[in-house]
Each structure stands twice: as C-alpha cells, then as structure tokens.
Design a protein around this ligand. Structure first.
Ligand code: FAD
Length: 114
C-alpha cells in the first residue's frame, strides 16, 4: 500500500491507472530492487474527487481551534446528534476517534431520552 499527499496526490489523481502504477513501481523498485514484480491487481483511490470526502479526513486549518470541533458536535434541538472523527478532540483523524465519538453521542442520547 502506498500513500501520497499534497500536490503529488493531486497530480497522481489526474494520471491514468497505468501511469500511477508505473510511478509507484519506480518508487517501490528503488527500495525493494528492480526484480519486484508488477502487481496482479490494484485499487487506485481518487479521494479528492469524492464529493463526500473531498480528499481527506479533518485537520486544523490555520486559525481554527478545538472550539470548531466542539461546534461540529453540537446537537440540533436535542434531536439531531453528530459523531465522527471531526468531532473528536482527543483522537481526530482516526478510526478510534470516530468510534469513540459514536459512543459519546449514544451516551448523550441516553441522557436525554432514557
Ligand atoms: C488514506 C487514509 C488512511 C487512514 N489511515 C488510518 C489509520 O491507519 N488509522 C486510523 O485510525 N485512521 C486512519 N484514517 C482515518 C479514518 O479512516 C477516519 O478517521 C475514519 O474513517 C473517520 O470515520 P467517520 O465515521 O468520522 O467518517 P467517514 O468514515 O469519512 O464516514 C463519513 C461517511 O459520510 C458519508 N457522507 C458524507 N457526506 C454525506 C452527505 N452529504 N450525505 C450522505 N452521506 C455523506 C461519506 O460518504 C462517508 O461514508 C485514514 C484515512 C485515510 C483517508
């Protein structure tokens, strides 16, 4: 598995699958040697073109703060509740942050309705 970010990721997303594989193979062969075989199959994500992720998980933009994560987690009239990694202060950008935020909101719902 290989990750890329920033400008390189955007460039790779505009390449064909074959071009991406060629570039990745050159990097992997520099590490593992020229005899490394080509992959038999592959999945090439193009996350910045996915309208629901727009390329990434949450991050602190310049000028943002933990208050923004708290704002995202604010319920609406105690009827609509928000979980997800972006609402996690302690573990943003992680699967466990997303999971724990779900438990947090379940507890909040329980307090209100049970
Ligand atoms: C490349 C990459 C590597 C990662 N590696 C790790 C790792 O090693 N360890 C780790 O802990 N975490 C890792 N993460 C982070 C982890 O995947 C996320 O933090 C986690 O999936 C967030 O879960 P979530 O439920 O908050 O959001 P998501 O998993 O993003 O779920 C949100 C869902 O809402 C849907 N959605 C969005 N908008 C709408 C809409 N308007 N209507 C309907 N549906 C909508 C989306 O399609 C998506 O299915 C990685 C993430 C990436 C991108």
């Amino acid at each position: 598995m290989g990750y890329s970010g920033g400008k390189t990721a955007r460039q790779l997303e505009s390449d064909t699958d074959e071009q991406v594989i060629d570039k990745m193979m050159r990097n992997f062969q520099a590490v593992f040697g020229a005899n490394l075989p080509k992959p038999e199959s592959y999945v090439n994500t193009r996350w910045s073109h996915d309208p629901y992720t727009q390329g990434s998980y949450s991050y602190y933009k310049t000028g943002s703060s933990q208050a923004d994560r708290n704002a995202l987690a604010e319920p609406v009239t105690n009827r609509l509740f928000f979980a997800g990694e972006a609402t996690s202060l302690r573990h943003p950008a992680t699967t466990h942050g997303a999971y724990l935020s779900g438990l947090r909101e379940a507890e909040n719902i329980k307090k209100i309705f049970c």
